[in-house]
Ligand binder design. Structure first.
Ligand code: DSN
Length: 416
C-alpha cells in the first residue's frame, strides 16, 4: 500500500520547502537568465504518473512492455520539436543540455579529438570544453573569445583560429554572450576545415522557436538545447539533427549516455513545445527581447557598462569594472537579492576575479516577461538596480525599492 494523504500531511518538511520556493518565486523578481516559469499545464505533465514508467528505447521500439501511452507522449514531443525548428529529427530524451552535448561528442568524436568553442569567461559553457568538465578532460580543446574592444565574436579571427587548430567539431552557442550567433558563418567555417558544427541553443531555444532569432537548423549538423529556459517547456534537454545523423544520436543518448528517459519530463517538453507553436508564444519571444533592450537602454543611459554595449537576446552582461570597480559581482548579486531582485554573478571577458566572486552580473528578462512585464516595468526595475548599486549604504532606499518589488510581484503574479 502507498502512504496516504497529501504531501503536507505525509511529509511536512518537503512540503514546507516546496511551498517556500513557490512563495520565493511569487515574491521575488526572477532575473536569472537561464530561468523561467512554466505553465500550469507543463507542471501538471511533469508531476504526472509518467514518472513511474520505464521506457528505455524509442517510440515503437522499447525494451519494456506497457509503453503505448508514453509512446504517444514522446512522439508528440518529437513531432512538435521537428515542426517548431524545421528539423529532420529530434531526440527529446536528454536529461539536460549538458547531456545533449555529451551525446553529440560521444556520437561523433573519439577521445582526444578536437573541439573549438567559446571560452567560459567570454560567455561559453562548462560542457563546451572547460577543464573541470568531462568535455575538457576527454577532448583537446581550443577556445575562441570576443574582441576585447567590441565584446563581439570576431568571425575572421575565428576562421583563422579554425584553420590553425583544425578542429573536428566547432561549437556555436553560449550561456552569457549577449549577441546573436552567426550560425551560417560558423557553419561555413566548420565546413572549410571539414569539422562538424554543433549549435548549442540552450539559452535561445524560445527565441528561435518564436521566430525572433535565426534558426541554426540547416547550418549546423547538430543543434542541442535545454528546454526550460526561454522556451518554458520544463527542465530537460533535446538534440535536433539531420536524417544522416539521427541513428548515431539516438544510440548515443540510449544506450550510450543515458538509461530510462524521464517520461514525465518528456511530457512537459511535449506540452511546452505545443505552447511554443502558438502565435502568443511568438509575441512572448518578441517581448522578451524588447524588454532586454529596454533594460539595456536604461543601464547605458545611467552609465553601466554592458559587454558588447547591449543585447540582441534575453540577457545582458553588466561589466561592473568600469562604473563600480570596487563592487564585485558577488556583492552586487547579494545587494539585489536583499530587495527581491534575483540575478547571478558572472565572469566577464578578461576576468581577473574568481568565478565565485566575479566582476559582472548577468540579467535576464524571460521570467519577468512571462509574468507580463513590458518595457515600462523593465525600465522601472532597471532604475532600481542602478540606485541599489550606486547607494550601497542607503537602507531607506533599499526599503522603498523592496516595497516597489512587492507591488510589482502582486500586480504580476506568476500562477494566481
Ligand atoms: N547553468 C546554466 C546557465 O545559467 O546558463 C547553463 O547550463
Amino acid at each position: 500500500m502507498l502512504p496516504e494523504g497529501r504531501l503536507s500531511e505525509t511529509d511536512p518538511d518537503v512540503h514546507a520547502a516546496i511551498h517556500g520556493e513557490e512563495q520565493r518565486q511569487e515574491q521575488n523578481l526572477e532575473m536569472i537568465a537561464s530561468e523561467n516559469h512554466v505553465s500550469k499545464a507543463v507542471l501538471e505533465a511533469q508531476g504526472s504518473v509518467l514518472t513511474n514508467k520505464y521506457a528505455e528505447g524509442y517510440p515503437g521500439a522499447r525494451y519494456y512492455g506497457g509503453c503505448e501511452h508514453v509512446d504517444t507522449v514522446e512522439q508528440l514531443a518529437i513531432d512538435r520539436a521537428t515542426k517548431l525548428f524545421g528539423a529532420d529529427h529530434a531526440n527529446v530524451q536528454p536529461h539536460s543540455g549538458t547531456q545533449a552535448n555529451m551525446a553529440v561528442y560521444f556520437a561523433m568524436l573519439d577521445p582526444g579529438d578536437r573541439i573549438l568553442s567559446l571560452d567560459l569567461t567570454h560567455g561559453g559553457h562548462l560542457s563546451h570544453g572547460h577543464h573541470v568538465n568531462f568535455s575538457g578532460q576527454h577532448y583537446e580543446i581550443e577556445q575562441y573569445g570576443v574582441n576585447p574592444e567590441t565584446g563581439y565574436i570576431d568571425y575572421e579571427e575565428l576562421a583563422a583560429q579554425a584553420e590553425q587548430f583544425d578542429p573536428d567539431l566547432v561549437v556555436s552557442g553560449s550561456s552569457a554572450y549577449p549577441r546573436e550567433f552567426d550560425y551560417e558563418r560558423i557553419g561555413e567555417i566548420a565546413d572549410t576545415v571539414d569539422a562538424y558544427h554543433m549549435a548549442d541553443i540552450a539559452h535561445v531555444t524560445g527565441l528561435i522557436a518564436g521566430g525572433v532569432h535565426a534558426n541554426p537548423v540547416g547550418n549546423a549538423d547538430f543543434v542541442t538545447a535545454s528546454t526550460h529556459k526561454t522556451i518554458r517547456a520544463g527542465r530537460g534537454g533535446m538534440i535536433l539533427t539531420t536524417d544522416e545523423h539521427a541513428e548515431a544520436i539516438d544510440k548515443a543518448i540510449f544506450p550510450g549516455a543515458q538509461g530510462g528517459p524521464l517520461m514525465h519530463n518528456v511530457a512537459g517538453k511535449a506540452v511546452g513545445f505545443g505552447e511554443a507553436l502558438t502565435d502568443e508564444f511568438d509575441e512572448y519571444a518578441e517581448q522578451v527581447v524588447a524588454n532586454a533592450k529596454a533594460l539595456a537602454e536604461v543601464f547605458t543611459e545611467w552609465g553601466l557598462s554592458l559587454v558588447s554595449g547591449g543585447t540582441d537576446k534575453h540577457l545582458l552582461l553588466v561589466d561592473l569594472r568600469g562604473s563600480h570597480p570596487d563592487l564585485t559581482g558577488k556583492d552586487a548579486e547579494e545587494r539585489l537579492e536583499r530587495v527581491g531582485l534575483t540575478v547571478n554573478k558572472n565572469t566577464v571577458p578578461g576576468e581577473s576575479r574568481s568565478p565565485f566572486v566575479t566582476s559582472g552580473i548577468r540579467i535576464g528578462t524571460a521570467a519577468l516577461t512571462t509574468r507580463g512585464f513590458t518595457e515600462s516595468e523593465m525600465k522601472t526595475v532597471g532604475r532600481h538596480i542602478i540606485d541599489l548599486l550606486d547607494n550601497p549604504d542607503d537602507d531607506d532606499l533599499a526599503r522603498e525599492i523592496s516595497v516597489e518589488v512587492d507591488r510589482l510581484c502582486s500586480e504580476y503574479p506568476v500562477y494566481e
